[in-house]
Design a protein around this ligand. Structure first.
Ligand SMILES: [Fe+2]
Length: 259
């Protein structure tokens, strides 16, 4: 059972054992009880549910490829131009993929060759390029050219944790705008606390909170906005907000919280 649930929530895992939250208490549910609750119209949410899911990322060391964008390069205009998106994806993200492949192979080779002095260097490269690859992959997929309403589950969590979408937006964009130098604003699910949190990753190779799961990321590095919004990070961030695919953000939140 990962994370906490909203009062009155029902949550089931794929092992067939359900857990329900009633106020402050948790109660195991038998299969018959789950069927009864379904008959009575009590909503049950499964770990495997949620629709739009991120693809698994299981590839051999050094064998990673740049993932394609889930839309054409000009799909996010006028907020992000086709030229800016192409360079961001094909140059900057691609360099993280290349760097990650090189680091994965090199750290193994260094150990096998007894060259332990190089391990520290390659571990740093592994963290830097690996984080860059992961965050960019999320960034592309938490944007969409579609007009998307905030789904109910996500709205409930935002209201519970921040008081509402307006405060959440102001908090998230302020965190992104005030990052020193390059970095990311990352909305995460923190299972240790059973709630969400907004974090600012000023050096993305450093974990901003161990164990947390990224839900929504925005790239605040200069390379994300220097073509379309030179020297105007705040303007980029406010325009970017309208591209967020809240359906996909909710799909990442879905396994942890039920309504
Ligand atoms: Fe970037």
């Amino acid at each position: 059972m990962a994370g906490a649930m909203l009062p009155g929530a029902v949550h089931c895992n794929t092992s067939g054992i359900g857990v329900a939250a009633h106020g402050d208490g948790l109660q195991r549910l038998s299969l018959s009880n789950r069927h009864r609750m379904m008959r009575e119209g009590i909503f049950i949410m499964y770990h495997t549910g949620g629709g739009r899911r991120d693809p698994p990322d299981t590839v051999p060391r050094g064998g990673r490829h740049l993932p394609p964008l889930p839309y054409p390069y000009d799909a996010l205009e006028p907020v992000l131009s086709a030229q800016a998106l192409y360079i961001h994806h094909r140059v900057h993200h691609a360099s993280y993929v290349q760097g990650l492949n090189r680091a994965e192979l090199s750290v193994s080779a260094a150990v096998q060759e007894g060259n332990d002095a190089l391990v520290r260097h390659w571990e740093r490269e592994l963290a830097f390029h690996g984080s860059g690859h992961t965050l960019h992959s999320l960034y592309w997929r938490n944007m969409t050219p579609d007009t998307v309403q905030v789904p109910d589950l996500l709205q409930s969590v935002v209201t519970r944790d921040y008081g509402g979408l307006t405060v959440f937006r102001r908090h998230y964009l302020a965190a992104a705008e005030q990052i020193a130098g390059d970095g990311w604003a990352v909305w995460v699910w923190q299972p240790q606390y059973g709630r969400s949190e907004i974090l600012a990753a000023e050096r993305h190779e450093n974990m901003v909170q161990w164990g947390s799961k990224p839900l929504l990321v925005v790239d605040a590095w200069e390379h994300a906005h220097y073509l379309d919004y030179p020297g105007r990070r705040a303007e980029y961030l406010r325009a970017w907000w309208n591209l967020v695919d809240w359906r996909r953000v909710q799909a990442r939140l879905h396994p942890h919280v039920g309504v």
